[in-house]
Design a protein around this ligand. Structure first.
Ligand code: AMP
Ligand code: MG
Length: 492
């Protein structure tokens, strides 16, 4: 028999204390909801085989594929600021790694696959709703060009899970550049397991940051590279209005991908203090706090790495402090660059970020939808109707008019034609984002009526976020008052 899933297992070659060997628990009657054909092909897998009965057995955890060595990863983490020395995969197993068609090693994980030694009180399962949410949002993020874990498949288990009510159970097959987190480093640091820490750091360098191996301060270089990727990532989140919701250190990928979609959301009206997550009562992970929180998380990574960086801890502290200061420089650079593109500016002037800030202030004061405003702005320059619409969004029209005059003056110093500017702006300011109220709708249809058509429809629309799709305007619109989703839940 051909090996349909050519797993390698480099993480399982690390010492036993890095994970627990545990197979997925079989489910009653698995049914495929969706297979991500394009991603399967990218991984060098045969989509037809995956969608068939043997593929379904692998994707649901009925049968462990030949080459897989399933493990649940150990990690720790700061949750809402409180350190928990042992978390770990409580409802997921890593089947193995597959080297994709571009030569990139990627993890294949089943999420919702049953209990593991790290489950504590949880059942190790996932409800259908969060699985669909993660599938939709992670795939949307990817098309928007934002580093993220991917969704290869969603499967119904034929079993129910008990949350506030009984809900259909599901399993998500998640693909990640790796599942190593800031919290994985904290796991070993908290145990003063220097050998484990070094093995982990060397594994991460070899896998994700080979350039660090060439540095004479490889672990400091590792911290620097992680910091830089995280700074880029958070800037990109902000540029599309994304709020992760639970940026605990165990939910922060060492590879710089968005990971662990729980109570996440894209904001509708622009509000820098916006929080959706029902468990984030203090607003710790509010939209505008995300850069600071990422820095805080990276400081926890730096602490964990200290013993590897310099025997003299005081010297080590000084070195990591310098590196952490690089976060804001990198963040500002990516954010400013992205904001300029959103405004249609191809050259750089000092006042640009101020100009962007004034626009954002207008949106905040007038509770204007972030995504719609930038999309309208893309058309407003050479389209009077779009300009009127944009102006109409701001009840404070005099404020808008004054800003518009300043923007026009700035654009007049741009070399680009209006037409090409408009095209470029439309390629960075999406028309479609995974709006929360529509996600709730597709989850409701699937959960209550076993109707997955809206889920598939939403995915096909979000696959082309920068194209106008007039037939699907309802996916573009911000929620009516009765449709507003005020809170999102982990729903694990
Ligand atoms: P999260 O908030 O999703 O990042 O999860 C935090 C921790 O709780 C992780 O260690 C998860 O594996 C664990 N966990 C979440 N949901 C469950 C569940 N249903 N069963 C067992 N463990 C869970
Ligand atoms: Mg997590």
């Amino acid at each position: 028999m051909a090996v349909h899933l050519p797993f390698e297992n480099t993480y399982a070659r690390l010492p036993d204390r890095f994970y627990a060997r545990v197979a997925p628990t079989p489910v009653r009657s698995p049914r495929l909801i969706r297979l991500n054909t394009e991603l399967a092909v990218d991984l060098g897998l045969d989509p037809e085989w995956l969608a068939g009965s043997q593929g379904l057995e692998a994707l649901s955890g009925q049968r462990v594929p030949d080459a897989a060595e399933p493990i649940a990863l150990a990690y720790a983490g700061h949750q809402f600021g409180h350190f928990v020395p042992q978390l770990g995969d409580g409802r997921a197993v890593l089947l193995g790694e597959i080297v994709d068609r571009h030569g990139v090693r990627r993890d294949v994980q089943l999420k919702g696959s049953g209990p593991t030694p790290f489950s504590r009180r949880g059942d190790g399962r996932a409800a259908l709703g969060p699985v669909l949410r993660e599938y939709v949002v992670s795939e949307a993020m990817n098309v928007l060009g934002i580093p993220t874990t991917r969704s290869l498949a969603a499967v119904l288990t034929g079993e129910t899970v008990t949350r506030e009510t009984e809900l259909p159970g599901a399993v998500l097959t998640r693909i990640a550049t790796s599942h190593i987190r800031v919290g994985t480093f904290q796991f070993f640091a908290a145990r003063r397991d220097l050998e484990g820490l070094r093995l982990l750091a060397d594994h991460v360098i070899a896998r994700h940051y080979p350039e660090a191996a060439r540095s004479d301060r490889r672990y400091l270089s590792l911290l620097e590279l992680v910091t830089s990727r995280q700074a880029d990532l958070i800037a990109r989140w902000l540029l599309v209005g994304f709020i992760h919701g639970v940026m605990n250190t165990d939910n922060m990928s060492i590879a710089g991908e968005t990971i662990d979609y729980g109570p996440c959301a894209f904001m509708d009206e622009y509000d820098p203090g916006k929080v959706f997550s029902s468990i984030d009562r203090q607003g710790r992970y509010a939209y505008e706090n995300q850069p600071q929180i990422a820095t805080w998380n990276l400081a926890r990574l730096a602490e964990a790495l200290l013993p590897l960086i310099d025997e003299d801890q005081q010297k080590a502290v000084q070195q990591v402090e310098n590196v952490l200061e690089g976060f804001s420089t990198r963040f500002e650079a990516t954010y400013s660059d992205g904001m300029r593109q959103k405004l249609g500016l191809s050259t750089v002037e000092d006042g640009d970020i101020g100009l962007a800030g004034e626009f954002l202030d207008l949106l905040a004061t007038n509770q204007v939808d972030f995504t719609i405003a930038f999309r309208r702005l893309s058309d407003a320059a050479d389209d009077a109707v779009a300009n009127d619409e944009l102006r109409g969004l701001c009840q404070n029209s005099p404020g808008f008019d004054a800003w518009w005059v300043r923007l026009r003056a700035r654009l007049a110093r741009e070399p680009e034609t209006v037409k090409s500017r408009r095209m470029r702006m439309r390629a960075v300011n999406p028309a479609f984002i995974p709006r929360n109220h529509r996600i709730e709708e597709i989850i409701e249809a699937a959960t209550v009526a076993n109707d997955f058509a809206p889920f598939h429809e939403m995915l096909s629309i979000l696959a082309r976020p920068f194209d106008d799709q007039p037939d699907f305007a309802r996916y573009q619109e911000s929620p009516q008052p009765h449709e507003r989703v005020c809170q999102t839940f982990c729903g694990t």
